[in-house]
Design a protein around this ligand. Structure first.
Ligand SMILES: Nc1ncnc2c1ncn2[C@@H]1O[C@H](COP(=O)(O)OP(=O)(O)OP(=O)(O)O)[C@@H](O)[C@H]1O
Length: 244
């Protein structure tokens, strides 16, 4: 299978300036490969470094050492040392990130947010609007809310807008950090189906889910992080145990 992401020797340490410059090591040399269509779940205890791995991959955290190579249509690009201008373009087109939280400009509605994501991924204005409508339907967001300021939406509604923006005209690699944590059962089901359908479209996914059922349903491979290291990698049964 064609590799999409190759992470080597990734390290991240935070310095807590408010606590006498104390150092917190979050990633201690992580190696990871993700292929097209592969859905890799990152498991492990609280504080193991799961979100840090996603954020260093998305480069919202700057790694201290190591490489994060994304294979793009223009060849391999190391995100770890990429200038911000190139990074912004790559984030728009090749790399999606869906967190628990939705950050939008003020007075912007879901249809506009999702259409803007589609435009960054290369669609013209009109097709982007159509793709946004399809994506918002896909996450079950009531049409009456499409032009309402995202700031007034509920947590679950925002999370669905976020997911629609992350998956519209899907990028090569999608990073998901707890993407269904605020959803009720029916909407969670829709969201899991949507994420699962990305496999057939060759989209690589690197995801953190706290819920084991989501991991079992979606992950083609699970990597377990502990204290900033990958300590196991395999199927969900191998890593989480058959009884989990
Ligand atoms: N912005 C930050 N500033 C300081 N320390 C941080 C920061 N982000 C993460 N850390 C520290 O790095 C370590 C790993 O955190 P991280 O959020 O990656 O863990 P996690 O496995 O995602 O945990 P959880 O499952 O609880 O979300 C923790 O000790 C955390 O306190």
């Amino acid at each position: 299978m064609e590799q999409v992401l190759t992470v080597r020797g990734l390290r991240k340490t935070f310095t807590l300036h408010t606590v006498d410059g104390r150092q917190v090591v979050s990633l201690r040399g992580v190696d990871l490969d993700v292929a097209a269509g592969e859905h890799v779940a990152v498991a492990g205890p609280s504080g193991a470094g799961k979100s840090s791995l996603l954020r260093c991959t998305q480069r919202s955290y700057v790694p201290d050492a190591g490489s994060v190579v994304l294979r793009t249509e223009h060849g391999p690009i190391d995100l770890a040392g990429l200038p911000d201008r190139d990074l912004a373009r790559l984030r728009g087109r090749n790399l999606g990130y869906v967190s628990q939280f939705l950050a939008t400009p003020p007075r912007t509605g879901p249809a506009e947010v999702v259409a803007a994501a589609a435009r960054r991924r290369g669609l013209d204005r009109e097709p982007a609007r159509d793709a946004a409508a399809e994506a918002l339907r896909g996450v079950g967001l009531d049409e009456g809310l499409w032009d309402v300021d995202c700031g007034v939406l509920s947590g679950g509604e925002r999370q669905r807008v976020n997911l629609a923006a992350g998956t519209v005209r899907p990028p090569q690699l999608l990073l998901l950090d707890e993407p269904v944590s605020a959803l009720d059962p029916a909407n969670r089901e829709l969201a899991l189906q949507l994420i699962g359908s990305l496999r057939d479209r060759g989209v690589a996914v690197l995801a953190v889910f706290h819920d084991l059922d989501a991991i079992r349903r979606l992950a083609t491979r699970v990597v377990e992080l502990a204290d900033g290291h990958i300590v196991r990698s395999g199927s969900a049964d191998e890593v989480l145990g058959v009884a989990a």
